[in-house]
Write a protein that binds this ligand. Structure first.
Ligand code: NAP
Length: 546
């Protein structure tokens, strides 16, 4: 066993500076990575900016925040004991339950003792002389480790619009992704929500119930479909538990690891009657079935996609009483499912309420935030609360806010200036001994499934390195180029590739994110895992090992 880089000291003292691995982030990725490496005998430190575990589910505590995937498919699968002990309360659990779940996992496996909370990593520098990483936090702590593992999430860097006067506003305001623990009092208040992505839609549904008035500022509408949530009875939970092995096995076989399976039929292979009946059944079904379980050509064939879009547009017109408002809520610039589909519970009916108003920013753009509210081109609004549901600097944003420097002082930010390039989403050339969980160009979708895959692949490789007395590993440039070409090719056939969204690297609030880039791997998860397995089966020989 190599003892040069890997310490065998098992005492857990954060003031001690040398670790085998430093993991950034204590969300679902970081928690499992800590558990896994620790159980292999490595000494691991997790550094977390928040004061608690959960990552996404720690920060996004806005009203209405909840899973959009079936709870039982969205937890960890690695521990039978955990699966036996934890009862999900809702088919799509809300943030408080998910945060409790993350804490339950952390406590059950005694993970918190190895997490340095309330510390944001500001830099991570590779030291060639000893093949290790030096990592510093914004409070001045410094640590080092042979391995650096990023578990920083792909939607974890909230972005604010570049409006003039944001801080002049005298009422309460915040971003959905930075919702304060003590909450924001919006009951009987005049509230504005800016943004109608998945976060905005969830927040609007909830806030509209108790706000005195709610004004929604929408730039581009999204196609939203019913979640059909509901409680899980004790009996149902027992049935779900009995079916866990088959459920997780099934998720491994679907394109994006969701429980929904793409329908093998093409849209035009069935009669109109059959097609409409199928659409109706999808609309009446739960969760992402309508997106991930639709006809096989719905996301690749414009005509097929148009039929589906027309069907959802008709539903919106039926549900929204005012025809002008209904038209404002129907996307005209992209087809159904080509951006992430927000899941809703009576979202469209919110606009039938007397206390709710929709402002289209395409017709009446916001000009500035004032002391008392919002000034648009043709109106002045007064508010007590302004909520920014304006999204994230997705995929690369969390990397860019850390000064990550690899071999020869190369910065990751510079390396990715024209878009990310990775090998199987987990490694980057010039960044030895650095691994990413849910990095750019890894298989995404049902993220906990992807997280478990990435963590297990990384842990297995790190273990292999220890067993083989290796000090370092790096993805060679040709492997990165090859992966990049494959990922770019996969994206070409998709309609979503022709649409602006975080999934195509666009965020108009962020410098340098105005042109579309391929940031996701869009092949199937089974294909992705097979490629990763090849690397393992070939004893990692495609990598530069030293
Ligand atoms: P988002 O999808 O990027 O939506 C941001 C919204 O803010 C959009 O409507 C956008 O309008 C608007 N916006 C941004 N900047 C603006 C500006 N300067 N002026 C006016 N409008 C502006 O962000 P999100 O809703 O936070 O969701 C991001 C992702 O997080 C989702 O796609 C999903 O993957 C994940 N998420 C998951 C869940 C869940 O699983 N339960 C819940 C919430 C979010 P444009 O469309 O015109 O740009």
């Amino acid at each position: 066993m190599n003892t040069k880089g890997i310490s065998t000291n098992k005492t857990d003292n954060h003031s001690s500076a040398k670790y085998d691995a430093i993991v950034i982030g204590a969300g679902m990725s970081g928690l499992y990575q800590l558990y896994k490496l620790r159980s292999l005998g490595f000494r691991v430190l997790v550094i977390e900016a928040g004061s608690g575990v959960g990552g996404t589910w720690y920060w996004n505590r806005y009203p209405g925040a909840r899973f959009d995937s079936e709870s039982y498919s969205y937890g960890y699968s690695f521990s039978k004991e955990l699966l036996d002990e934890w009862d999900w309360k809702e088919h799509f659990s809300g943030q408080p339950e998910v945060e409790r779940y993350c804490n339950y996992v952390a406590d059950k496996f005694d993970l918190k003792k190895d997490i340095c909370f309330s510390s944001r990593v500001s830099f991570a520098h590779y030291e060639k002389s000893n093949n290790s990483w030096s990592v510093g936090t914004d409070s001045g702590q410094e640590f080092s480790a042979q391995f650096l593992i990023t578990a920083i999430g792909l939607l974890s860097t909230p972005t604010m619009p570049r409006f003039e006067g944001i801080s002049d506003f005298k009422g309460s305001w915040c971003h959905t992704g930075l919702w304060p623990k003590e909450g924001i009092d919006y009951k009987d208040k005049r509230v504005a929500v800016i943004g109608t992505g998945a976060s905005g839609v969830q927040a609007i549904q909830d806030i509209s119930k108790t706000a005195k008035s709610l004004t929604v500022f929408q730039r581009r509408p999204n196609w939203c479909t019913p979640l059909h949530n509901g409680p899980i009875s004790k009996k149902e939970m027992e049935e779900i538990r009995a079916g866990y092995p088959e459920l997780f096995d099934h998720c491994k076989k679907t394109a994006a690891c969701f429980i929904h399976t793409i329908d093998p039929r093409g849209t035009f292979e069935v009669s109109e009657e059959e097609r409409l009946a199928f659409y109706e059944s999808l609309y009446a079904g739960q969760g992402f079935g309508i997106w991930q379980g639709n006809f096989r050509d719905m996301l690749t064939d414009e005509q097929a996609n148009k039929l589906m879009s027309d069907f959802v547009a008709k539903k919106i017109r039926e549900r929204v009483e005012d025809p002008i408002t209904a038209e404002m809520l129907i996307p005209k610039d992209h087809g159904f499912g080509t951006r992430r589909v927000p899941q809703e519970t009576f979202y469209y009916e919110v606009y039938n309420q007397q206390n709710v108003k929709l402002v289209s920013m395409l017709d009446d753009p916001i000009q500035k935030i004032t002391e008392n509210g919002i000034q648009t081109r043709s109106n002045e609004f007064e508010f007590d609360v302004i909520i920014y549901a304006t999204g994230f600097d997705a995929v690369t944003g969390a990397f860019n806010r850390i000064d990550i420097r690899g071999d020869n002082n190369v910065t990751l930010k510079d390396k990715w200036a024209k878009g990310p390039r990775t090998f199987i989403g987990m490694m980057v050339d010039d960044f030895p001994n650095m691994f990413m969980i849910l990095g750019p160009h890894a298989a995404l979708g049902n993220n906990p499934r992807s997280i478990e895959h990435n963590v297990e692949w990384i842990s297995n490789f790190v273990d292999y390195m220890r067993e083989n007395n290796l000090n370092g590993a790096e993805a060679p440039i040709n492997a990165v180029d090859e992966w990049h070409e494959l990922v770019s090719g996969k994206a070409e056939s998709l309609l979503s590739n022709e649409v602006d969204s975080w999934m195509t690297g666009i965020n108009l609030n962020v410098e340098g994110k105005q042109t579309r880039t391929v940031v996701r791997y869009t092949g199937t998860a089974p294909e992705y895992r097979a490629r990763c397995d090849d690397v393992t089966r070939n004893y990692f020989k495609e990598l530069h090992l030293f």
